[in-house]
Design a protein around this ligand. Structure first.
Ligand code: BGC
Length: 356
């Protein structure tokens, strides 16, 4: 089925499930490909400064490659994105043990998180433009989480060249909830080499320092005089050597920054520019944090059109609640990540594209 501004069709079969793909168009030549497996973005094609269409998203040509090769490419991560220390927390006097799938910790919702399920998809036409609404029910006990969670991820492409992502959820029992969007961007094109020459601005005065297993220490440290000070805008490569490889750690940026401004209010928080294509992407969100990750674990896997995705050939800017927030409830500067029955979890991200 296809509706105005949306084309759709079957992409393939995965573990017995039929997987669908959707393409959103606007009148300025922008196109966004979406897929119901992982409620993910598989391509974003935008005109560069010379009007040529550039695909700025890392991905694979066939759906069958995703389970094996993808490192959360383009997907909707949940029920809780990023890490929970030792996969454990207490809530209302009960102890919970989640799946441990990243060294000693829980990462991105566990062994089979939201990214590894086929979601229900509905094409929509909103006043802002065409879109797709993805929904999925996460049963109580999935990956160890309490409560049945009804999750939703809505993508809309607007005539202002915005990809709007609205993530939301309701639950029937108290549960941590932090749904995160995980596209790997390269504004020079998905096969154009590393992102180290791109310029980044992030509106954040503080960040959350982490231990050797990437769990926050609890401190909200100033970015002043650190490589994480992106307030003036700078090339990603400029201070890259501040995080050198060390044993199993491939080095590079993989940090949560504490965004300035009021949590819950949509505000512009980041701006990324590629010098070659001139493509600019700004991100606005209502969230407290952003994970800036420079694709440090990319390992040369072959992606779309035969492109090799070597280390640092894409970056993620994942708006979120701070990692391990469930173990820092009530601490100054940390936001509440427990969703209760009767309340709605809401997370908005607006990616706006233009050229310089
Ligand atoms: C995390 C990285 C992790 C990656 C997996 C990012 O969100 O910050 O630590 O390796 O996801 O693709």
């Amino acid at each position: 089925m296809s509706s105005e501004g949306v084309e759709s069709g079957v992409w393939g079969d995965l573990e017995g499930d039929r997987v669908q793909r959707f393409t959103l168009h606007n009148s300025h030549g922008m196109e966004v490909d979406l897929c119901d497996y992982g409620a993910m973005v598989t391509s974003v094609r935008v005109p560069d400064r010379d009007g040529r269409s550039v695909d700025v998203v890392l991905g694979f040509d066939s759906i069958g490659e995703y389970p094996e090769k993808s490192q959360y490419f383009g997907c909707t991560v949940g029920r809780v994105g990023n890490r929970i220390a030792a996969g454990s927390f207490e809530l209302d006097g009960e102890s919970y043990q989640l799946a441990v799938n990243n060294g000693p910790n829980h990462l991105h919702g566990g062994a089979r998180g939201f990214d590894k399920h086929v979601w229900q998809a509905t094409e929509i036409l909103t006043s802002r433009g065409p879109g797709v609404r993805f929904t999925r029910t996460s049963p109580a006990g999935e990956e160890g989480y309490p409560g049945t969670l009804e999750a939703e991820a809505v993508y809309v492409l607007t005539e202002n060249d915005e990809l709007v992502i609205e993530m939301s959820a309701v639950t029937d029992a108290a549960t941590p909830c932090n749904i995160v969007h995980h596209t790997y961007w390269n504004l020079g094109g998905h096969g154009s080499g590393t992102v180290l020459d791109e310029t980044l601005f992030i509106d954040a005065d503080r960040y959350t320092p982490v231990d050797a297993t990437l769990i926050p220490t609890g401190e909200l440290a100033p970015v002043d005089s650190t490589a994480l000070d992106f307030r003036g805008g700078k090339s990603i490569g400029a201070d890259f050597e501040a995080f050198p490889p060390n044993g199993d750690d491939p080095g590079g940026f993989d940090h949560n920054l504490c965004l300035n401004g009021e949590v819950g209010r949509l505000r512009e928080v980041a701006r990324l520019t590629d010098p070659t294509t001139g493509i600019v992407m700004t991100i606005s969100t209502d969230q407290p944090g952003i994970q800036f990750y420079t694709g440090n674990f990319l390992n040369g896997m072959i992606g779309k059109s035969g492109a090799a995705y070597e280390k640092n050939s894409g970056l993620c800017l994942e708006t979120q609640a701070f990692p391990d927030s469930i173990n820092h409830r009530g601490e100054p500067g940390w936001s509440e990540v427990v969703l209760k029955p009767g309340s709605r979890y809401e997370h908005v991200m607006v990616h706006r594209f233009s050229t310089d």
